[in-house]
Design a protein around this ligand. Structure first.
Ligand SMILES: Cc1ncc(COP(=O)(O)O)c(C=O)c1O
Length: 418
């Protein structure tokens, strides 16, 4: 006992000293600068240990290795501040073109839509709910399949929230929605196109019809599915229209830094019209324009230029090919899960997200072992599964390798249970 106690004390003292040294070396604001070559050398060595999508087994994230043209476009415009559309006029023009193109993709009128490139889907969602609130919709209907940013946004904006249940297919329950609208009155309904956990698409046309009956509006969170669903539909997938062809849809989140292949940070918010977007223009007397766009302030022009460049370069057909490849890889992985007696597919993938439930073992245990082996899927909370987001950097060969490792890990954990 004494020996263990002494060892614990030694470990505690040593780690306390090491931490102290690290704090002195790295956490204090330096009094004098260090030679730039040394700074760069250190950063280069620290960058080497950061996983890169293309090389490592990052298979759970909705981000990917960006299109090289997007990176170059970012480099050309990173210094321009999109918060000042007079001085940096070209960035404002590029943003307006990007918003029109996104609006067009989403079934809106390119001449009427308005919007902006944000830091990501979370900012786009909070901005959308802010718009709804400013237009007099104080209650937000939040189905249980939404991304956490929607819950966070409603809380942040102190809106009344009504949770809406899901059907057995893990999509918004239309019956529950009607019941809740009857009880709580008009509001903004959030529907998801490409849910975070399972990649499923809510029945947005039906949600829109119900919204109209109850004098309500719809915000669509297509942060993930915005750059996927239109292409899958064009290939004949039985998916609904997710955008402005649905009358009650007033705004859509669509993220270029996910399947849009732009570098981080690039989220997108598109509103049906300029009038709807207007509350996001704030008086700002010190800026040359006299107003400022969006809930936050300075934004890099790099994200806008990058999004513009990738869309122009790939076009509809380019994205269609990429999404088609991802979807066929996702179907391949789903097929493996169907085939293995140790695994079960949570739902048939509608977009390239595959959620696999290990039989008889908690998904978290499986994930722990996979991460130990340097495979990085995420947890699919809604059904306790292992979630793979098949992004363009993930090849069929990589998925084949992963499927075998997953099967083996689940097999050995099952054996250790017995
Ligand atoms: C459906 C959905 N909405 C919003 C977000 C938030 O996006 P971001 O992380 O870019 O803020 C995500 C992220 O995974 C998402 O899946």
């Amino acid at each position: 006992m004494g020996k263990y106690c002494l060892r614990a004390i030694v470990i505690f003292v040593v780690s306390w000293l090491v931490r102290g040294v690290l704090v002195v070396l790295y956490s204090r604001f330096p009094r004098s600068g260090v030679d730039w070559r040394e700074v760069l050398r250190e950063l280069q060595s620290r960058a080497r240990i950061v996983p890169v999508h293309l090389l490592e087994n990052i298979i759970g994230s909705m981000t990917t290795y960006p299109h090289p043209l997007g990176v170059e476009a970012f480099r050309l415009f990173w210094h321009a501040n999109a918060n000042d559309p007079l001085v940096f006029r070209e960035i404002a023009k590029l943003e307006s073109e990007v918003v029109s193109m996104l609006g067009d993709l989403l079934g809106g009128d390119p001449a009427r839509v308005e919007g902006m490139i944000t830091s990501g889907g979370s900012e786009a969602n909070v901005s959308a709910l802010y718009l709804a609130r400013e237009h007099g919709y104080d209650t937000v209907y939040i189905p249980l399949n939404v991304h956490e940013s929607v819950v966070k946004a409603a809380r942040f904006l102190r809106m009344n929230t009504v949770r809406v249940g899901l059907g057995s297919n893990y999509k918004i329950s239309l019956e529950d929605l009607v019941e809740k609208l009857e009880k709580h009155g008009r509001g903004v309904i959030v529907a998801t196109a490409g849910s975070t956990g399972l990649g499923l698409v809510d029945p947005i046309p039906e949600v829109s019809k119900i919204a109209l009956e109850y004098e309500s509006i719809v915000h669509v969170d297509a942060a993930y599915g915005g750059f996927i669903v239109p292409f899958l539909k064009a290939m004949g997938a039985p998916l609904p229209d997710i955008g402005f062809t649905n009358e009650a849809v007033v705004s859509v989140t669509i993220d270029p830094h996910k399947m849009g292949l732009a570098p981080i940070p690039a989220g997108g918010l598109v509103a049906r019209s300029r009038e709807w977007f207007e509350p996001l223009l704030f008086d700002s007397s010190y800026l040359p324009m006299g107003y400022q766009k969006g809930l936050f302030g300075t934004r890099t022009g790099g994200s806008i230029a990058a999004t513009w460049a990738v869309i122009k370069s790939l076009g509809f057909d380019g994205y269609l090919n990429i999404v088609s490849e991802c979807m066929s890889n996702a179907v391949f992985l789903a097929g493996f899960a169907d085939y293995s007696p140790r695994l079960e597919l949570a739902t048939r993938p509608e977009t390239p997200i595959v959620c696999i439930k290990p039989k008889g073992v908690e998904a978290k245990r499986v994930l722990g072992e996979l991460w130990r082996r340097k495979w990085y899927p995420y947890h699919c909370g809604i059904v306790d599964g292992v979630r793979v987001v098949v992004m363009p950097h993930i090849t069929r060969e990589k998925l084949q390798e992963f499927a075998q490792v997953l099967d083996e890990v689940v097999g050995s954990l099952q054996a250790s249970n017995t």
